[in-house]
Ligand binder design. Sequence first.
Ligand SMILES: [Fe+2]
Length: 189
Amino acid sequence: MSMPADGNSVRLFAAEVLRHLGEAVVDSQTMESHLDPFVRDLVRRPDLLTLGVPREGNHVRESQYLYYDPGLAVTISHQANGVAIPAHDHGVWEMLAVYRGKIAHTRYRVFGDGLNPLNVTLDVIDERILGPGDAVLVMPPDDIHAFTALAEDTYHLAVVGGRYNPVRHYYQPDQGSFLARSEIAWRRR
Ligand SMILES: [Fe+2]
């Protein structure tokens, strides 16, 4: 199915996500591959940056809601070139897709219970360079990722299945540690 490039395409994208969530079995790979063509259709719209309403981003300064209800949000955000967003979890599934530019994206898995903030082991389970239309979906318990924009004027879409955990884990994989921080601690840095 191809979505029309009219004012309904954001709503139709959200409706497709909700329809897929209503199916019996949802895992990250199935969902990522199912939504891939719909994301690629959505990012073909040249006007996505003009459609949203402002939001205060947690890791980004310039961000808009394209769609919001309490169980699903679609946002579009500017990602500053070269600024590394550290490894973090979410508590809900999140799909990250590139609208413009390029992003280096890494997924991690915690080895063991991961409860000791000074002794935690993270394995890299996926590394990709994402260009326009490319998307990665993370889902608990493997909902940890880090990413860095590799180009000026990089914008990404985030599709989020509900509310983030109010306290998030920010990992330092090289040091084997993490900090538990309110997600809004990242704002206005
Ligand atoms: Fe994230």
